[in-house]
Design a protein around this ligand. Structure first.
Ligand SMILES: [Zn+2]
Length: 178
């Protein structure tokens, strides 16, 4: 009988400890759920097709207003207003929406136009080029291939070796210093 009682006592203590542990775990997961960067990382996970697809409401929550206006509403920032225009540091320029690498500082040049300009992209597959006939102009729009965010336009008056000028809004980019 004594043995039975001690086993029963042992079982009661075990279940009490497991209840305590379960409560701690659920408190932890609630803390993680309220952490915005944790949520963002999950949101920006590409799907099976490699695309990041968020609703306008979700983009609005995670992007700065200037980045939202350019990336999602195809607006253009004022010339000479962008924070990365005069950036001469070595590093990589990422899409401000989905963080895909887009341009290397090695291909940035001073075009005099008032927008950050690059003569090449990091990989052909990281951007998509779309014919843009808005405002009565014939231009080639450049969008991020992963999140379809508008970046700017590409023109054929750039320097060697490509002869291209990727004219990109600062607000559509994040800079990752080397
Ligand atoms: Zn992107």
């Amino acid at each position: 009988m004594r043995i039975h009682l001690s086993i029963l006592f042992f079982l009661v203590v075990c279940s009490f400890i497991s209840i305590l542990l379960t409560n701690c775990q659920s408190a932890n997961s609630q803390q993680e759920g309220s952490d915005i960067s944790y949520v963002d990382t999950l949101l920006l996970q590409p799907g099976k097709d490699g695309k990041v697809r968020l609703s306008d409401e979700q983009w609005e929550k995670i992007l700065k207003p200037g980045a939202y206006a350019v990336l999602r509403e195809k607006k253009t920032e004022f010339a000479f207003s962008g924070s990365l225009l005069k950036n001469k540091k070595e590093g990589t320029y990422l899409c401000a929406g989905c963080h895909q690498p887009l341009f290397s500082s090695a291909t940035k040049f001073e075009s005099g136009t008032g927008w950050p300009s690059f003569y090449d992209i990091i990989a052909q597959t990281n951007v998509k080029e779309i014919k843009d006939e808005s405002y009565g102009m014939n231009r080639i729009e450049v969008v991020c291939s992963r999140c379809d965010g508008h970046l700017g336009h590409v023109f054929e008056d750039g320097p060697v070796p490509t002869g291209l000028r990727y004219c990109i809004n600062s607000a559509a980019l994040l800079f990752d210093e080397k």
